[in-house]
Ligand binder design. Sequence first.
Ligand SMILES: *Cc1c(COP(=O)(O)O)cnc(C)c1O
Length: 427
Amino acid sequence: MPEYRPSTNCLHAGYRPGNGEPRNPPIVQSTTFRYATGEAMGALFDLEAAGYFYTRLQNPTSDAVAAKICSLEGGSAAMLTSSGQAANFFAVFNIAGCGDHVVASSAIYGGTYNLFAVTMKRMGVEFTFVPPDCSDAELEAAFRPNTKAVFGETLANPALAVLDIQRFAAAAHAHGVPLIVDNTFPTPIHCRPFQWGADIVTHSTTKYMDGHANAVGGAIVDAGTFDWTAHADKFPGLTTPDESYHGVTYTERFGLAGAYITKATVQLMRDFGATPAPQNAYYLNIGLETLPLRMAKHCENALAVAKLLEAHPKVAWVNYPDLESSPSHALARKYMPDGTCGVVSFGVKGGREAASRFMAALELCSIATHVADAKTCVLHPASTTHRQMTDEELRAAGVSPDLVRLSVGIEDAQDILADLEQALDRV
Ligand SMILES: *Cc1c(COP(=O)(O)O)cnc(C)c1O
């Protein structure tokens, strides 16, 4: 197949129907697959032959969609998971276990922060969190001899800070470890982290990739370029025999292109079972087909919203990386030159109460604990997800009491702007 551009790959990568075959990837709604002989199936168990035998490990529908995401990111191998949480857990746990350490950006999704700081800590993995705009000395000081990876979000949810991918990749590589980045918010349409030195990319496909609030899901993509064997002492799980898999050494059998994703599939998916339903993979695939169109519209609308808010007398502040006033503007231009995403955060003058009144006055924009789907939705953490916290506690958590997070959808921009204006009038 020739090398196609991303918009074409969003439609065609991962699945090419043969003569008379279905135009869409079929939903292979089967847990198991039949074989003629025990030997044929045994070869699959020994990883000597490729093929499907049980959907907990692999399924043709999910694999077709993983291959599409792989091509969009420009990776060597990819897998789907049942959620973004599972993707980030697998991505880190595949190379860092009890007694190991990871350096992570502090500007990450709250669920990921909990996973790292609480749950994985209980599993014996230690994390050091550094602000994405920390000094080189602070970043350097975060590393330990047992550090196994560096983790960040290309465009942080909800802080909207842009990670300096090249700088974090250089620091990781100087210490012989990979950079893992969560690329959920910009998607590969607006940021391709592998071009800037990232080694592994994760996604919550629940957000823009699915795009219609249909299905929770995740993905992991490996660039296939990090040389595990050059730092074999750090990554014995990849470079020495896996006794739970008949002594296979992943880097020897599958090369740098396949070792990481094969291990995550046959070992972590086998044992933890965070497998997506084939039906959900199908929904995700439908979302991916229109991703470039939607991302362009999300950004166009969000910029119009951000500009309206910035000029509005009842708005205290606005954070949107495509605004020149944003502290992330320069990095956004470098890493996401075609635009960032549809999420805008801002403060309503008058604090918590004013923000609550604004929310109640909205008509088109719906109140939802979600971001990044086709319909505009809005969240006021101080009166919902963080309502038990005092103003002081909120500020300590980096969430100001007046903060409203607006996920701008793909409706007609005039209708979104009109709804925001009438709601601000009633504050
Ligand atoms: C939502 C989100 C996650 C978690 O994904 P789920 O699909 O909800 O499990 C991880 N990272 C980022 C950046 C997210 O926005």
